[in-house]
Design a protein around this ligand. Structure first.
Ligand code: FES
Length: 106
């Protein structure tokens, strides 16, 4: 398992275990991270799994694919350069120690 930290909308930090090979959103949902809704089930369409990547201690993540980037641009509230859809971030060992802030205000 890979340890990833989420900062919830309340400011609470929660370190969770994520299974390599799964979308990060699955682990966030399983852990009940507040603010991760995932209405579309991981199809990169709803942006209700939107987070900001704050720390990636093992180097940058792969760039978002065009469908993820489009949904962030057109559907996400307050997109930033660090925005990611957690349903499109695949868990790998490279994600160990990463920190994501749940995007607020949908
Ligand atoms: S779950 Fe809908 S965009 Fe990620």
């Amino acid at each position: 398992m890979v340890k990833v930290t989420f900062i919830e909308e309340s400011g609470k930090r929660r370190e969770i275990d994520a299974r390599p090979g799964d979308p990060l959103m699955y682990a966030a949902k399983d852990a009940g991270i507040d603010g991760i809704i995932a209405e579309c089930g991981g199809s990169a369409m709803c942006a209700t799994c939107h987070c900001y990547l704050l720390e990636a201690p093992n180097g940058p993540l792969p760039e978002p694919r065009i469908d993820e980037a489009d949904t962030i641009e057109f559907n996400a509230h307050a997109p930033q350069p660090t925005s990611r859809l957690t349903c499109q971030v695949m868990v790998s060992e490279a994600l160990e120690g990463a920190v994501f802030q749940v995007a607020t205000g949908r």
